[in-house]
Design a binder for this molecule. Structure first.
Ligand code: SAH
Ligand code: DHB
Ligand code: MG
Length: 224
């Protein structure tokens, strides 16, 4: 099976199951116009995040890696009443594009974008006793994923769902000799999951419009 087929099947499924939301399409267009990298979650992945958030009745969601806010809007649309998404971004240009997209989509009152290096913002949130979050989506710089997991646990409760994007990287995750920082980051993340007694985890390989990659999913057993 070729990447072309994966993309066509994604489009077929998207046609079948996705409601039309012009604000989501507008956000992608605005991001392209602003020259942002096109590494947003796919529409079907966005809906998966949305459904997971809805299924657990999430009121507080944390996202690490905003880009233009495409995944953030999917998550914000799933929030329980009075819910909030906190999304962390280091790049001011990305943050500006995201904020404009949140206003256009009418979700800006439910989203708090914090500009800065995520590891520092996470420590700041912990010092503010901001948690606990119901759902965490990790999708920023891959080399830091293990550090994000460790830091995020202070903002979780037993039952918090943690999802991490891009953990398969075209299958390169099995290459222990890889010098690709993203692959090394994915491997370090799996080691962190394996050695962290406070979470129980799995990962699912995915193909689609974004090629061959995967999502990890972990549930927190004990906070701290
Ligand atoms: N979740 C987005 C895509 C995020 S792309 C979506 O699916 O729509 C990854 C983002 O993480 C980029 O915008 C990048 O600027 C940001 N990022 C990279 N390193 C970071 C860091 N150290 N702290 C916070 N954000 C970071
Ligand atoms: C990259 C980052 C992502 O978050 C993604 O979903 C795909 C690719 C990247 O940096 O290459
Ligand atoms: Mg990603």
């Amino acid at each position: 099976m070729s990447e072309e087929v994966w993309a066509e099947v994604d489009e077929y499924i998207a046609d079948a199951v996705l409601e039309r939301d012009p604000h989501l399409a507008d956000a992608l267009q605005a991001n392209a116009d602003a020259g942002l990298p096109t590494i947003d979650v796919s529409p079907l992945q966005g809906k998966l995040l949305h459904l997971l958030a809805q299924a657990i009745g999430a009121r507080k969601i944390l996202e690490i890696g905003t880009l233009g806010g495409y995944s953030t809007i999917w998550l914000a649309r799933a929030l329980a009443p009075d819910g909030r998404v906190v999304t962390l971004e280091v790049n001011a240009k990305h943050a500006e594009a995201a904020r404009a997209n949140f206003v256009r989509a009418g979700v800006e009152d439910r989203i708090e974008l914090r500009l800065g290096r995520a590891i520092e913002t996470l420590r700041q949130l912990t010092s503010e006793h901001y948690g606990p979050f119901d759902l965490v989506f990790i999708d920023a710089d891959k080399p830091s994923n293990a550090d994000y997991l460790r830091e995020v646990l202070a903002l979780c409760r037993p039952g918090t769902v943690i999802i991490c994007d891009n953990v398969v990287r075209d299958g390169e995750v099995i290459d222990g000799e890889s010098t690709d920082p993203n692959v090394m980051g994915a491997r370090r993340f799996f080691t962190a999951l394996a050695t962290e007694p406070r979470v129980s985890a799995t990962a699912i390989q995915t193909v689609g419009v974004k090629g061959y990659d995967g999502f990890a999913l972990a549930v927190v057993n004990a906070a701290g």
